[in-house]
Design a binder for this molecule. Structure first.
Ligand code: NAD
Ligand code: ZN
Length: 344
């Protein structure tokens, strides 16, 4: 049986092991991908550190990772639309295909979603096997570092394009990689002011380079002051919550205009008290976001990059996969945006 190198959660404890594992078997509807580059997600860090969520969720042993770009190495007998050598990335959410939402083409709303690198073998390996329905043909003129980030760029795109931002004032809480990518996207989509908050100065600087009008430290700067400085009168039109921190969400609620719209991507802890009076009397719309739309989000991010969207300032580090520990260390330090691992 052929084998490959992979990063494996090999036991129910903190850490990850680089080890030799079997190359996945290719079913008739599958595509085998030779992984070229991967990027590390906050989720991978949680799995590495083995937090409560990871303990409850991850079956061990498991090859982790879900952000990748690679080339088709082999296809199953039923696959006719991909060929060996095609440059591809892929949707890491595996959906059932049979529920009402899947049948209606709303696959991102499938209630039976499984995730590669979370409950299903992942992409931090020399080879990854995906059902053909999850493979995305990449524009080869796009930088492969950027293509390796299509999964989180898709989260940013799905959230940022949830509401019309042309001419609007946008508040983004959290300048993690996704908040920073969303900053560039709402700019590209025509927002007027884009205010981004994050306590981490390294990340505020990335948000500034991604096109933020103003970056704020939530512990020090007030959003009401920021609005005055920008000459805003009635509050933010659109809010993108990308920190997962209750304080950030509460600050945002208080700074929205009447009729304002909020998209929530950050994973807030289970139950967060908020002032529901603000939501109701100010007629706010709250929308939860999970994953990416299959495949409208993938189309939109491709054409935005083709039309000049630049997310490269968010990509701060690159390591060979054999140095994965250094990649996880720098991400944990908070002095990093996206960290790429190279597999070739
Ligand atoms: P990240 O953890 O790298 O970034 C979060 C940022 O929020 C950090 O830079 C942190 O300093 C900042 N922050 C902390 N407290 C804050 C506060 N009070 N105000 C403003 N900012 C604050 O995460 P990421 O990879 O950029 O992802 C963003 C969020 O989206 C995370 O919560 C992540 O778990 C979540 N996520 C959700 C989905 C989904 O499908 N819903 C998918 C991917 C990620
Ligand atoms: Zn389904």
């Amino acid at each position: 049986m052929p084998t490959m190198q992979a990063l494996v959660k090999s036991e129910a404890a903190p850490g990850l092991r680089r080890m030799e594992v079997p190359v996945p078997e290719v079913g008739i509807n599958d595509v085998l991908i030779r992984v070229h580059k991967t990027s590390i997600c906050g989720t991978d860090l949680h799995i590495y550190e083995w937090n409560d969520w990871a303990r409850r969720t991850i079956p061990v042993p498991l090859v982790i990772g879900h952000e990748f770009v690679g080339r088709v190495a082999a296809v199953g007998a039923n696959v006719h639309d991909f060929r060996e050598g095609d440059l591809v990335s892929g949707e890491g959410h595996l959906v059932c295909g049979r529920c009402r939402n899947c049948l209606a083409g709303r696959r991102h709303l499938c209630p039976h979603t499984r995730g590669i690198g979370v409950t299903h073998p992942g992409a931090f390996a020399e080879y990854l096997c995906l059902p053909v329905t999850n493979v995305w043909y990449c524009d080869p003129s796009i930088d492969t570092d950027v293509l390796a980030c299509f999964d989180p760029l898709g989260n940013a795109t799905h959230t940022a394009l949830s509401f019309d931002v042309l001419g609007e004032d946008v508040l983004i809480t959290g300048a993690g990689p996704i908040g920073c990518m969303a900053t560039a996207i709402v700019r590209h989509a025509g927002a007027r002011h884009v205010v981004v908050t994050d306590p981490n100065p390294y990340r505020r600087e990335i948000a500034r380079r991604m096109g933020a009008t103003l970056v704020l430290d939530p512990g020090r700067d007030s959003l009401a002051d920021a609005q005055r400085r920008l000459g805003m009168k009635e509050g933010f039109d659109v809010g993108l919550e990308m920190s997962g921190h209750p304080a950030a969400f509460r600050d945002m609620l208080a700074q929205m205009c009447h009729g304002g719209k909020i998209a929530l991507l950050g994973l807030l802890p289970g139950e967060v008290p908020i002032d529901w009076g603000t939501v109701i009397f100010n007629s706010l719309t709250l929308k939860g976001i999970y994953g990416r739309e299959m495949y409208e989000t993938w189309y939109k991010m491709t054409v935005m990059i083709q039309s000049g969207l630049d997310i490269t300032p968010v990509i701060t580090h690159r390591f060979p996969f054999t140095d994965f520990e250094r990649g996880f260390d720098v991400l944990r330090s908070g002095r990093a945006g996206k960290v790429i691992l190279e597999w070739e």
